[in-house]
Each structure stands twice: as structure tokens, then as C-alpha cells.
Design a protein around this ligand. Structure first.
Ligand code: BES
Ligand code: MN
Ligand code: ZN
Length: 462
């Protein structure tokens, strides 16, 4: 079971000394002689993730030292403290450290994130060690962040057999219910009546009906609309993906999972904004009802789209949701999507590539991302490539040939549907941790939402 909260401060706790390589000599010099001899004899070198348990005179463990490595380790690895948690025996611990401010918050968050487990299908006991929230961090806020991250991970990790459009809707309704948000859902043929034709076209081949989930929360403050790609499974449609590429496609609702995780953080923290979350939830399936290569779809906005590859489905469902978002004239629209393989090729699984129409927003996000160690990388809405998404006999091409700048052309495609709201940000995320890292087990990943949570309140309403 996941353990994503701090322990109550009552009861006795044992100190966990956080030690950097640079601070090792000083640490040893202030230890009592017996403890110092023990730590030295154990060969403790403060390597990142290294621990040594320190006994008292009666032989019981009275303290522990945990290594954070050197400055380069800090640059290269996030959340070294997450490594320590799993190595400590059960009971209550407290941090003894010189770390302060953002670094102390990172340490405390790393501890919490190390408590995540995905145990829906097999038991996965959480770590035994608990931590008293260190003085100087906003413990409630860190718990809110960890819970939002965990929600995103859980939704992504759940296989498509148990996370279709229906279950994704249920997850949104559950979230809304916990915070008094309103949800409306437009499903199946009703998508056509509501003029959301591309969401219908992409999802209509599946027996699991496509839908648009529309959640809103908050009575006052600036309006912010989050849009998340909710492709519960992406076979590629008739332009079928090869098996190796299809294997991970339960994660193709990673954008939806991330905006729900972010929405949970914002609502739990009582953010002063009017929040709207739009999720086109579909399964990109193969059947006689599939949309086809060569089809021309008319979007909600009226722009026509020539389908050159049914595997470029994310931008289609997002386009209708973005057009709807844009009609509401919010101050800011943010979309998140596992949109292109090209984004993964460009920046790998760690960095969240993002696009922003406003430099101020990009700068605010980048600053927040560094503070909360949620790395992002700005990509350009490169105007000259607009011609790449313009075919001959429709307004737009969903899958430009040539193989150039796949993430950029997808972003440009989406931007065509946001013409009213001047501030638009788009994240082309991977949504998956391919190999376990401290605090980030292999599997579904939140990306960019801690940075957004940090930056958003300051970005809007100024
Ligand atoms: N969901 C995929 C993108 C994807 C693939 C994200 C692998 C992360 C990992 C998306 O629907 C897709 O298939 N995109 C195509 C677009 C192409 C056909 C223009 C792609 O990127 O190959
Ligand atoms: Mn696809
Ligand atoms: Zn997809």
C-alpha cells in the first residue's frame, strides 16, 4: 500500500542525518567518538543512497546516516532521499540536516514519493519507515503534491482492460465528488449532436463509447482550462501500430491522468481559480466502423482535416476539446498529451517538452520547474513549419509526411484550434518511467504537473 503522508509528530523519533560528500568530514567530527568509530568502520562515504545504522550503548539502533552524494549527484539524480527510505528499519524518523528551503522540500517530497506503490493487482507492501515532517516545509502541500502524483501514476498504470473511457470517466467523477466539482459527459452519438465530431470519429470503432468529460470547479478567480489526451488504448487504428510500439499504449491517456493529478492538487490546495478540465476519452480501435486513411473530417471549429494516418489520433480528439475550451475564453489553456513519438526521441523520458504562446508563461514555468525538480524543456511553435500541416484538399493534414519535427508539427496543429485565448501551453509528455529512479518507480509518470502547480497561481490573475 502507498504511504504518502508524514507521521504525526507524537512519539519518539530517531534522527536520520543527511550527509553530503562535501559535508562528511564535518559530520564525522561532531559525532560522539563511539558513533564516529562505528560509521568510519562501516566505510560510510556519503554516496547517494548509502546508509549506515548507528547503534547506541545498548546495541539498539539510535540513529542513521544517509548519503546524498556530491554536487554532481545532486544535478544528475533527483530525490536521493527516496533511496534512503527503503533502507531504514520501521519506526519514526526525523531529518537532521543543513538543507533548507527548496532542497529541504525536495528531500521531504522524495521521502513521500518513495512511499508510492501500485498494488491493484499484486500486493506491494510500502516502506516501513515513517518521517516526522521536517520543520520549515509546508507538509500539507507536499502531501497534496504526492497524492496528485500518485493519482496520475495509478491511472496510467491501470491497464486498458480496467481503464477504458468508462473507467476514466468514473475516475474524473470520483475526483470531482471529493471536491464538489461539477461533471458533465457527452457520450457516443451525442458527441455528433454536440458538435464534437472528431472525438466521435476516433472513438467510434470501439465498443467502449467515446466521450468528452467536462469538469468544472471554483466560483471565483481567473479561469484556467486544462485539456488532457484520454486515449485509453492506442492500437493506431487501421494504420495499425506494430506490436512493439503498441505494447505501452495503455499509457496513451497519460495527458488525462496528468491533468487530473494537477486538478486534484489545485482543488486540494483551494487554489483561487475557476478550473475547467476537458478530457476526450476514447479508445483508438480497429473495426468496420474505424475512420480511415484518406477520410476528411470536419472538426468542431469547422476546419477540415485530411487523415493521412489514423495513428495521429491524439491531435484529432484534442482539437475538438481545445476548440470547446477556446469558446469559453479562459485566461489560459493548458493541454497535456502523450502526443508524439518524436517528443520522446528529442528529449527522452525525463524532460517534459512544452510549448507556450507567451514568453512570460514559459519563463514562469521554467523557474518553478527548477525549484520543484520537475524538469521541462521549451520547444518552439515554429511558424515556418505551418506549411507542413497543410495538405492539398483540406485545411489540415493530421500526419505530415517527411518525418521532420513531429512534435512541433503536432503542436502547431493543436494551436490552430486555439484562436480566441491568447495564452496557450501544450505539453507533449512521455508519461512513463522506463527504469526505476529514486522516488520514481518504473511505470506511469507525472510530468510537468508539479511545476504547473507551483507556477499557475502566479501566472494567472495578475
Ligand atoms: N500515442 C502516440 C504517440 C506516442 C508513441 C507517445 C510512443 C509516446 C510513445 C500517438 O498517437 C502517435 O501514434 N503518434 C504518431 C503520429 C504520427 C503517425 C504522425 C507518432 O508519433 O508516431
Ligand atoms: Mn496514435
Ligand atoms: Zn496516441
Amino acid at each position: 500500500m502507498s504511504k504518502l503522508t508524514f507521521a504525526a509528530a507524537d512519539g519518539t523519533s530517531r534522527p536520520l542525518y543527511l550527509v553530503t560528500k562535501e559535508g562528511l568530514a564535518v559530520f564525522l567530527s561532531v559525532l560522539e567518538p563511539a558513533a564516529r568509530a562505528w560509521v568510519e568502520a562501516a566505510g560510510f562515504a556519503a554516496k547517494a543512497g548509502e546508509t549506515v545504522l548507528i547503534p547506541g550503548a545498548d546495541g539498539a539502533i539510535m540513529a542513521a546516516a544517509g548519503g546524498l552524494g556530491d554536487a554532481r549527484d545532486w544535478e544528475r539524480k533527483r530525490f536521493a532521499v527516496a533511496l534512503l527510505r527503503g533502507k531504514l528499519p520501521g519506526g519514526l524518523w526525523r531529518l537532521e540536516t543543513e538543507l533548507a528551503d527548496t532542497r529541504l522540500a525536495e528531500a521531504a517530497l522524495g521521502w513521500l514519493l518513495a512511499g508510492y506503490r501500485f498494488d491493484r493487482y499484486a500486493s506491494a507492501p510500502g516502506p516501513k519507515a515513517d518521517l516526522v515532517a521536517p520543520a520549515g516545509v509546508d507538509a500539507g502541500r507536499l502531501e497534496t503534491i504526492a497524492a496528485g502524483e500518485a493519482l496520475a501514476r495509478d491511472l496510467i498504470n491501470t491497464p486498458a482492460s480496467d481503464m477504458g473511457p468508462d473507467e476514466l470517466e468514473a475516475a474524473a467523477r470520483d475526483l470531482a465528488g471529493r471536491f464538489g466539482a461539477a461533471v458533465t459527459v457527452t457520450e457516443g452519438e451525442a458527441l455528433l449532436e454536440a458538435n464534437l465530431p472528431m472525438i466521435h470519429a476516433v472513438g467510434r470503432a470501439s465498443p467502449r463509447a467515446p466521450r468528452l468529460i467536462d469538469m468544472s470547479w471554483g466560483k471565483s478567480g481567473p479561469a484556467v482550462t486544462l485539456v488532457g489526451k484520454g486515449v485509453c488504448f492506442d492500437t493506431g487504428g487501421l494504420n495499425l501500430k506494430p506490436g512493439a510500439s503498441m505494447g505501452l499504449m495503455k499509457k496513451d491517456m497519460g495527458g488525462a491522468a496528468n491533468v487530473l493529478g494537477l486538478a486534484q492538487m489545485l482543488m486540494a490546495s483551494g487554489a483561487a481559480m475557476r478550473l475547467r478540465v476537458l478530457i476526450p476519452a476514447v479508445e483508438n480501435s480497429v473495426s468496420g466502423a474505424s475512420f480511415r486513411p484518406g477520410d476528411i473530417l470536419t472538426s468542431r471549429k469547422g476546419l477540415t482535416v485530411e487523415i493521412n494516418n489514423t495513428d495521429a489520433e491524439g491531435r484529432l480528439v484534442l482539437a475538438d476539446a481545445l476548440a470547446l475550451a477556446d469558446e469559453g475564453s479562459p485566461e489560459l489553456i493548458v493541454s497535456m498529451a502523450t502526443l508524439t513519438g518524436a517528443a520522446r526521441v528529442a528529449v527522452g523520458p525525463d524532460l517534459a517538452p512544452f510549448y507556450a504562446t507567451a514568453d512570460m508563461d514559459a519563463a514562469a514555468l521554467e523557474a518553478a520547474a527548477a525549484d520543484v525538480r520537475d524538469p521541462v524543456w521549451r520547444m518552439p511553435f515554429w511558424e515556418p513549419y505551418e506549411t507542413m500541416i497543410e495538405p492539398g484538399i483540406a485545411d489540415l493534414d493530421n500526419a505530415p509526411s517527411g518525418g521532420f519535427a513531429g512534435s512541433i508539427t503536432a503542436a502547431l496543429f493543436l494551436r490552430r484550434f486555439v484562436t480566441n485565448c491568447p495564452r496557450y501551453m501544450h505539453f507533449d509528455i512521455y508519461g512513463w518511467t522506463p527504469k526505476s529512479e529514486p522516488g520514481r518507480p518504473k511505470g506511469g509518470a507525472a510530468q510537468g504537473i508539479r511545476a504547473l502547480f507551483e507556477a499557475l497561481p502566479g501566472m494567472v490573475g495578475r
